[in-house]
Design a protein around this ligand. Structure first.
Ligand SMILES: Nc1ncnc2c1ncn2[C@@H]1O[C@H](COP(=O)(O)OP(=O)(O)OP(=O)(O)O)[C@@H](O)[C@H]1O
Length: 712
């Protein structure tokens, strides 16, 4: 009996096929599992036939319905795996199939596909232009090196005609997948050795023979990043019946490498720009850890309750709703976990946490009562960054502390005054039966450290915004050792003012740091525009050691450029928003696939009433998610963290609002804090813009935000 496999190119369009076509696919595929090769060839209903003038002689079409055809790659070397690569309307299927050529990559040994016809047509045009170019994109890399990295004749010729990265991107959809990635890495300036390590070695099977002559079945088996082999009728039925989530099956080799490494000697750090699949990698790591033993317990944390709810759903999907495994994972936020630890230890009732605004008011009270020469903002920051950040418990510790990151010096007498304020602040909290989230964390870390660690593994998503007090909770939740912590985050998305040095918190990740570079969410156009927002600044690494960069960060998707536009008044801007949302709906987007965000809730109020007046359903996203409810999502930029939408409109990107003037410490008061505040606001805009998958619109009224690259 032949074997059956599905290529990612098939799944890309599967969810949009209508029911009748899907049923046709199911029936046709079932035949591949029931009939012999000879019977398949003879089957009248299936009508397996070759494609005239096909570049790849193995191309076949099959009948799915009267109007739809499947495109199948059939083995011609005696091997037995058939690969379904696409399902298209009749004529499109033939045109698509005729142009495609499948081949085994000589370096990675994986199956790749190219548009051979378009490459042949396009390359000579570029070659003509290249002859007069002063410099070519791959001048610095020899033919021999390119061949060692798997570049073959046709791709080499195309590569030699390219003058810049934009040209490489123009070829992107035509080139074979692994070879394209090699060229993209080289174009970003990575050395051939780095490219071999990051692109070739991670894919190439350990037991690959020296000579790359292998049958189609072997090559298909080598391509787990893009092809799914189906073993039996039940599996076939299952995968075709469920909505297909590609991230469950097709991991990028760099994701697979980090998620499924059998074991790590200690804490692991995975970084990567927005949409590079860090959350996906974290979920797969949880799956791997659960599969390694029958009784281990895992804590999976993220930043907000809404994100935790989303993670729980995704984990259910990934684990096929296996209740036994799911019962061994707690999915929550660090604050909620810390709260539960403290509550369990405080039967008389735990203190209630205060929000930022209430804390600020309390600091004002302390200043008034003690006549302290500081602002409430200064004391709140000093308390957060220095006292709680370094877990300072008494005056002596504070007097001896290194106030790294604070831009104003404080001599001993000033520090004594601050400490008086801290003591009074904590006293007031105690008297009122109140506390703060960070103080709850400090208490939870103490409690955990005094007992047996409750988890075998801790997996942390959205790690970039955690405060040292929160890291101490996580550190104490699992005993130090192999596979204790697996941490994913992006320091470019740091939107709360947290400064950490993971090593000094007992979470050393040196030698176990990995980076994801391929964005699966947004188009290259959205990515490039958003990344430019961060060009002027340097961002501190996730572990606090040195700087991080977005080098090599790229997308495989393409679309329209972001629309960036100013308006004369807020009224006009909101009117334009309504028109844009209507356009997106008319293009076929569901309301919940559209996100609208702004720096302030107040700006969203106006947008909400205008959208409602136009008859468009709207849902406000706050602490909790709103899964399953129909409506355009409205959220502040902060609440957009971790979410994604097919289309996003970022409103009110105006001077005074982004950055929000009130949130910026004056330069004279503290130059370092001033810079940190500006960076945080810049990253906030970056986070908001990188939530968009296909369409991004950025608007303002009055003067534009100084962060906007094209108009600022
Ligand atoms: N291997 C994959 N195949 C297909 N889709 C993927 C893959 N990995 C990630 N994705 C998709 O890309 C999008 C972004 O992934 P994810 O949320 O994991 O990224 P992230 O790095 O955590 O993003 P952010 O930092 O912006 O929150 C999601 O829609 C996810 O399903």
């Amino acid at each position: 009996m032949p074997r059956l496999a599905f290529a990612q190119s098939f799944w890309d369009g599967y969810d949009t096929l209508d029911k009748q076509v899907r049923t046709g696919v199911r029936k046709a595929m079932a035949k591949f599992q029931a009939l012999s090769v000879a019977e398949l060839n003879a089957d009248k209903g299936l009508h397996l036939e070759s494609v005239e003038n096909a570049r790849d002689p193995r191309m076949r079409t099959i009948r799915v319905t009267d109007f739809w055809r499947g495109v199948v790659l059939a083995p011609d070397d005696g091997s037995d795996t058939f690969l379904l690569v696409n399902v298209l309307p009749h004529d499109d299927a033939y045109t698509w199939a005729a142009k495609r050529l499948y081949s085994a990559n000589t370096a990675t040994r994986a199956l790749e596909v190219r548009n051979a016809v378009a490459l042949d047509e396009l390359t000579p045009l570029y070659e003509t232009a290249a002859r007069s170019a002063p410099e070519l994109l791959f001048d610095g890399v020899s033919d021999g090196t390119l061949r060692e990295l798997g570049i073959d004749d046709q791709v080499l010729r195309a590569a030699r005609s390219m003058v810049d990265k934009a040209q490489l991107e123009a070829f992107a959809t035509l080139l074979p997948e692994d070879q394209l990635e090699v060229l993209q890495y080289l174009a970003e300036g990575f050395s051939p050795e780095e490219v071999y390590r990051d692109v070739v070695a991670v894919r190439r099977p350990a037991d690959a023979p020296a000579e790359p002559v292998e049958d189609l079945a072997t090559v298909i088996a080598n391509t787990s990043a893009r092809i799914r082999l189906v073993t039996g009728p039940r599996e076939l039925e299952e995968i075709l019946a469920k909505p297909f989530a590609a991230w469950r099956i097709f991991l990028h080799p760099s994701q697979r490498r980090v998620a499924y490494r059998t074991s790590y000697g200690g804490p692991v750090q995975v970084t990567g720009g927005p949409g590079t699949g860090k959350t996906v990698a974290a979920l797969h790591r949880v799956k791997h850890l659960l599969g390694r033993s029958d009784d281990s317990r895992v804590l999976l944390t993220t930043y907000t309750n809404a994100l935790a709810a989303g993670l729980r759903d995704m984990l259910g999907l990934l684990l096929d709703d296996d209740d036994k495994q799911l019962s061994r994972v707690d999915v929550t936020t660090v604050d909620a976990f810390a709260n539960s630890v403290v509550r369990a230890a405080t039967p008389q009732g735990a203190a209630k946490p205060l929000g930022d605004r209430e804390q600020r008011q309390l600091w004002e009270k302390v200043i008034r009562r003690l006549g302290l020469p500081f602002t409430a903002q200064f004391l709140a920051q000093e308390y957060r960054h220095v006292v709680l950040g370094q877990d300072l418990r008494d005056l002596d510790a504070y007097l001896a502390a290194n106030r790294r990151g604070r831009g104003t010096g404080l001599g001993p007498s000033r520090r004594r005054e601050v400490w008086r304020g801290v003591e009074r602040f904590e006293e007031l909290l105690r008297d009122r039966g109140e506390t703060t989230h960070l103080r709850i964390c400090a208490r939870a870390a103490d409690l955990l450290a005094a007992g047996t660690a409750p988890y075998d593994h801790v997996v942390v998503d959205e790690a970039q915004d955690l405060h040292p007090a929160q890291w101490r909770v996580l550190r104490a939740a699992v005993a130090p050792g192999p596979d204790d912590l697996f941490v994913t985050g992006d320091p470019h998305q740091r939107i709360y003012d947290s400064r950490v040095s993971l090593g000094s918190l007992g979470i050393p990740t040196a030698g176990r740091s990995f980076r994801l570079r391929v964005n699966y969410r947004s188009t290259e156009e959205i990515l490039a525009w958003s990344a430019a927002l961060l060009t002027p600044v340097t961002v501190e690494a996730l572990d606090g050691e040195g700087a991080d960069t977005l080098a090599g960060y790229r997308s495989l998707l393409h679309g329209g450029r972001p629309r960036v536009q100013g308006y004369g008044s807020r009224h006009e801007e909101t009117e334009a928003l309504v028109e844009r949302v209507k356009e997106w709906l008319a293009e076929g987007l569901a309301p919940q696939e559209i996100g609208v965000c702004a720096r302030f809730n107040l700006s969203l109020d106006a947008a909400e009433s205008k959208l409602r007046a136009a008859g468009i359903p709207v849902v406000r996203v706050k602490g909790q998610g709103a899964q399953g409810v129909e409506g355009v999502r409205l959220a502040t930029m902060h609440a957009m963290k971790g979410l994604e939408f097919r289309a996003v409109s970022v409103l009110g990107v105006a001077e005074g609002a982004v950055p929000f003037a009130r949130e910026i410490t004056p330069r004279e008061a503290d130059p370092l804090q001033h810079e940190a505040d500006l960076l945080r606001e810049r990253c906030l805009l970056f986070v908001a813009c990188t939530r968009a998958r296909e369409s991004l619109s950025v608007t303002w009224s009055g003067a534009p935000s100084p962060f906007l690259p094209e108009v600022g």
